[in-house]
Ligand binder design. Structure first.
Ligand SMILES: [Mg+2]
Length: 357
């Protein structure tokens, strides 16, 4: 029997902060870039549930989060504590969680730093898979003092939607025969691939709920959704062919920085990107990895257009100078007409190393 679970850590970055700094407990927290008194740039990575009560969510501009915190303060509520992310500590916590998962589940996929798909097909029954997941959830809470939410279903699609269904410390199990029924009252936007644009188009044709897709005539869906109609209708019935992949997760390490003021001087762009590369190298040096083969550069211009460039070498790289050299090679075209014909200034720079071993 095919059974899949999706395990999602609750407000992961802020939970790690609360766990390691108990004096933060009970306060609204935001992990993200420095708000600099409302002038900061960049975004919220994670907000804890108290900060969400202020309307602060992931990906919100940090200055908007600051504004909402100030408003709460005026209303006599505690203001938000803003914390700069320390990715190394979050990766370590993630690794500890993964170790516990490995004790329970022989086959799983790490989908991100705080999300895992678990293959529960080895369980004798659906009931047994539920018990196992409840056990795992309380073991992570007990040993790591971190709460998680689990969704169970017949495939990754259902499991993911089930884990989104009730948070935090939620547990939702959808039996195979109830998949379509589970999805039917939900908004069409729970289905992956239905972004704001597709959603608007579909709503214009009165498709608001998954049920509306289930009940629509195929020929109408075809007219509205063109060649995507069949895959969207399959998803509406809970069908998906995406499999759990135990292939090694792409191991990478990176840092990025949004500047307080956009930078445009060639010299400054070069020295900033070197500083970021050095920080990445520092993390790499302290890690268990000894070499990397890919170097990635991310450039975001003042108009928010982002560009990614990467280089993969046949031979492994180990040294700081090699990383600096490769990153400078990647950044050079952005300093002149080749990749920056309009001489736009730079808002963000990022450096990542991949193919670590
Ligand atoms: Mg999460």
């Amino acid at each position: 029997m095919k059974i899949v679970a999706h395990l999602d850590m609750d407000a992961f970055f802020t939970s790690v902060e609360e766990k390691e700094k108990p004096y933060l407990k009970g306060l609204p927290l935001v992990v993200g870039s420095d708000p600099i008194g409302g002038k900061g740039r960049g975004v919220v990575s994670t907000s804890n549930y108290l900060a969400r009560e202020y309307g602060i969510y992931s990906a919100m501009p940090i200055r908007e989060a600051w504004r909402r915190s100030e408003y709460a303060k005026i209303k006599g509520r505690p203001s938000v504590i803003f914390i700069t992310p320390e990715s190394r500590r979050y990766s370590e916590a993630s690794f500890e969680v993964e170790k516990i998962i490995g004790e329970f589940i022989p086959k799983y996929e790490k989908a991100s730093i705080d999300e895992f798909y678990l293959d529960l097909s080895f369980c004798e029954s659906f009931e047994e898979s539920k018990e196992l997941c409840l056990e795992l959830q309380s073991e992570i809470l007990k040993r790591q003092k971190l709460s998680s939410t689990i969704g169970i279903g017949k495939n990754k699609l259902i499991a993911k939607i089930a884990s989104d269904y009730k948070k935090p410390f939620g547990f939702t199990a959808v039996e195979e025969s109830r998949s379509a029924e589970f999805l039917s009252p939900m908004s069409i936007s729970v289905l992956p691939g239905i972004g704001p644009k597709t959603k608007t188009i579909m709503e214009n044709f009165l498709l608001f709920k998954v049920r509306d897709i289930q009940l629509a005539k195929p020929e109408n869906l075809q007219k509205i959704l063109k060649n995507r109609w069949k895959s969207i209708r399959d998803m509406a019935y809970g069908e998906s062919s995406s499999e759990i992949s135990t292939e090694e997760v792409v191991l990478s390490m990176g840092e990025q920085e949004t500047f307080l003021v956009d930078i445009d001087k060639q010299k400054e762009i070069m020295s900033r990107v070197i500083l970021i590369a050095d920080r990445v190298f520092e993390r790499f040096r302290k890690s268990a990895f000894v070499s990397f083969r890919t170097v990635v550069l991310i450039v975001r211009f003042s108009d928010f257009k982002s560009h990614t460039r990467s280089v993969t070498l046949k031979a492994v790289m180990r040294g700081k100078d090699e990383l600096r050299r490769q990153i400078l090679k990647l950044v050079l075209p952005f300093l002149d007409k080749r990749d920056n014909p309009g001489s736009k200034s730079v808002r963000l720079l990022g450096v990542r190393i991949e193919k670590l071993s």
